[in-house]
Design a protein around this ligand. Structure first.
Ligand code: 5GP
Ligand code: MN
Length: 331
């Protein structure tokens, strides 16, 4: 497994082709994203869905959002997962590195794949993969401009959400000047920014109980270069929380002074899921690829099927150690 992290050379050409294709479609457009959807998965799909509806297209948006994002879609916008695609459908898959990562509908028929994961398998009849784009929501912003849909707060709000969450609220290294320019433009289209930022940060009471349990597992390795923590299913149960309540913890670990890699382990029924974050030239993506996963250079993940936490830790530590050696941080 490897990643092609080069910018998409024919970005605008391909995006214009995608816009022309979507403008011309007569059948339904089904829009889906990756499993365990994050703000970019939800924001980019919901923004495109609303824009296509405004164009008068028949659009179907399929997602099961985590609780902290559930305030964004309206009740009537939800559609149950599809076993089969409707006749004459076009499938748009956003923010999903591979066809296996996409959920909600079978990835078949005419597929448009728009993503920013360097490890994307470039599936689909039309694919636009640009790892230099900070969020798929940035690509959807360009697409909506090309579709010439008039912007309104309903469309701009989810799109800005994707940009905010995938840049770590304008803190990650992918926060380019363009991110601020596009964000400013979206706010000009009527997004209630402070309200949105506040709403995105709400967490339920169970989250705080779970935090107290998870903090007890924080450990430092390799002289503090790596920081880890984990959540078990029994901790989630004890806190009365949901697994998604632990999605933020890797971001908290990342703030450990002196660390260059943060790994958060989630115990699942069928294995362990790891979230990996890195900085200072260390590649979370390389670590994830070594573990059979994928993602971006600074933020990546993997699923280790059939392992328990005790077996997952040494495997992950070995992959991190190899990457720390590669960049010369370990002898
Ligand atoms: P997170 O750790 O927040 O779940 O994911 C971080 C990044 O890595 C996201 O862009 C996500 O799509 C990617 N990622 C997470 N888990 C996996 C995985 O199991 N396989 C692949 N290919 N990518 C993953
Ligand atoms: Mn994304």
């Amino acid at each position: 497994m490897s990643a092609n992290n080069a910018p998409e050379p024919r970005y605008w050409e391909k995006l214009r082709l995608i816009a022309a294709t979507l403008k011309a479609v007569e059948g339904p457009v089904v829009i889906i994203a990756h499993e365990d959807p994050d703000g970019d998965a939800l924001g980019s799909t919901l923004g495109l869905y609303r824009a296509l509806k405004k164009l008068g297209k028949e659009a179907i948006w399929i997602m099961d959002p985590p609780r902290f994002l559930r305030f964004l879609p309206k009740e009537e916008e939800y559609h149950p997962p599809l076993e089969r695609l409707p006749e004459n459908a076009t499938l748009v898959v956003l923010d999903a590195g591979d066809r296996d990562r996409a959920v909600g509908a079978p990835v078949e028929g005419f597929v448009i794949n728009i993503d920013h994961h360097g490890s994307n398998s470039r599936f689909g009849q039309l694919h636009l993969v640009d790892p230099t784009r900070p969020a798929v929501a940035m690509m959807v912003k360009d697409l909506i401009d090309l579709l010439e849909v008039p912007w309104d707060p309903e469309i701009a709000t989810p799109v800005l959400t994707g940009i905010m969450t995938d840049t770590g609220f304008f803190k990650n290294t992918n926060t380019t000047p363009e991110v601020f320019r596009v964000a400013a433009e979206l706010v000009e289209h009527g997004v209630a920014y402070a309200e949105l930022a506040d709403r995105l940060s709400w967490r339920p009471p169970e989250y705080f109980k779970l935090t107290s349990l998870v903090l007890g597992t924080v450990a430092f390795h390799f002289g503090g270069l790596l920081v880890t923590a984990h959540v078990t299913r029994s901790m989630v149960e004890e806190a009365g929380a949901a697994e998604e309540d632990s999605d933020d913890f890797v971001g908290l670990l990342k703030t450990a002074e002196g660390s260059v890699v943060a790994v958060f382990f989630k115990e699942r029924e069928d294995g362990v899921k790891v979230s990996i974050r890195s900085k200072n030239g260390v590649s979370a993506q390389r670590i994830a690829l070594a573990l059979g996963g994928g993602g971006h250079v600074p933020a990546a993940g993997a699923t280790l099927p059939g392992l328990d936490l005790e077996a997952a830790y040494p495997k992950v530590l070995a992959a991190v150690e190899a990457e720390l050696r590669r960049v010369g941080l370990l002898p």
